[in-house]
Design a protein around this ligand. Structure first.
Ligand SMILES: Nc1ncnc2c1ncn2[C@@H]1O[C@H](COP(=O)(O)OP(=O)(O)O)[C@@H](O)[C@H]1O
Ligand SMILES: O=c1ccn([C@@H]2O[C@H](COP(=O)(O)O)[C@@H](O)[C@H]2O)c(=O)[nH]1
Length: 322
């Protein structure tokens, strides 16, 4: 990597927030990089700009909704919708209602993930959808309860959002809200007793029987899929500012595409950021400058949808007969 230490390139690429997705193998800039893998921000193929989808996961009462609210408040000039995973809870049958204290609301099977996927698919394609509404008191679902219109940004929020790979694949950015277990439990007791009118013994029973185990078995293992981990949730305003800044940059690129319909913006990857860092550095050797500039130019000129170079086939006949 020429005269660059790993930490220099890491510093150039990292944005300050705890960023687990940044790994050394991604800095293998001279390794093979397929142009086919590079997405663009242009949504021209289907005539609309695909929304920027943010997934916010984390334990119950970790502060997910509060973090979402802070992001929305800061993105005040954008069209943002929040879709919560709890809207997709299966309603309980009469039999299940009788044994409601034995029902595990923290297990992945408690959610109708296929319905969530079909709603998200429509929203991603610019169609309005009816999102069901779940009642925490009756444990029943009301279908078609909330009409959600397509937006620039969709925030998906819920405890188990990173569990299913099909849901993860919908997301442009994955955030995990990481709050200590004792803080989560304290908040849960306060919320469930005061706001939901539940009995404290039932809240503690549910916690020790299902919530704690499900967190360890299903939620915590999905932390590794996050692009950004926010320690202390909504108290971490630095992390939230940086996230909003990143979303604004992405949306700005979409806006450019709206103004210039033939513009394709290749999405930044760590490789691309690393190469930019190198070619901008005055200390870069001529050899490295040529190597990385050449790689960058190739990415632009070879991109499968960018037919900026037209090719014609010519048949040349030489006087010698060849
Ligand atoms: N940083 C914070 N400081 C104090 N209370 C908070 C903080 N974040 C969230 N809360 C409170 O904790 C409870 C759960 O927060 P919420 O954002 O609804 O969590 P989640 O969506 O993860 O269940 C709410 O009553 C909320 O007001
Ligand atoms: O009928 C229900 C449905 C869910 N729960 C609990 O809610 C939390 C998830 O909601 P957050 O807003 O993310 O805290 C989960 O731990 C379930 O146990 C419930 O108690 N009753």
């Amino acid at each position: 990597m020429g005269s660059y230490s790993t930490s220099e390139v890491l510093n150039a690429a990292a944005v300050g927030v705890h960023h687990p997705a940044l790994r050394l193998h991604e800095l293998d800039l001279k390794g093979s990089m397929s142009v086919e893998e590079l997405p663009t921000t242009s949504g021209l193929e289907n005539g609309h700009q695909a929304p920027f989808v943010i997934g916010v996961a984390g334990g119950a009462s970790s502060g997910k909704s509060t973090v979402c609210k802070m992001i929305i408040d800061q993105l005040c000039d954008q069209r943002v919708v929040v879709v919560t995973q709890e809207s997709f809870y299966y309603g309980l049958s009469d039999e299940e209602m009788i044994h409601v204290h034995d029902y595990n609301f923290d297990h992945p099977d408690a959610f109708d993930t296929d319905l969530l996927l079909s709603c998200m698919e429509k929203l991603k394609h610019g169609k309005a959808v009816d999102i069901p509404s779940y009642d925490f008191k009756t444990h029943k679902s009301v279908s078609c309860a909330r009409k959600v219109n397509p937006s620039d940004v969709i925030i998906l929020e819920g405890i188990l959002l990173f569990h299913d790979s099909r849901v993860r694949d919908l997301m442009n950015m994955k955030i995990f809200v990481d709050t200590d277990a004792d803080v989560r439990l304290t908040r849960r007791i306060r919320r469930d007793t005061i706001e939901k009118g539940r009995d404290i013994i039932a809240v503690l029973d549910q916690y020790s029987k299902f919530v704690k185990t499900a967190f360890e078995d299903f939620i915590l293992p999905t932390k590794k899929y996050a692009d950004i981990i926010i320690p202390r949730g909504a108290d971490n305003s630095v992390a939230i500012d940086l996230i909003v800044q990143h979303i604004r940059t992405k949306l700005g690129q979409n806006d450019l595409c709206k103004i210039h319909p033939n513009l394709y913006v290749i999405q930044t990857t760590y490789q691309i950021r690393g190469m930019h860092t190198i070619i901008r550095d005055a200390a870069t050797t001529t050899h490295d400058f040529i190597f990385y500039a050449d790689r960058l130019i190739r990415l632009v000129s070879m991109y499968k949808h960018v037919s900026i170079f037209l090719f014609y086939e010519w048949c040349l006949e030489f006087h010698c007969g060849k």
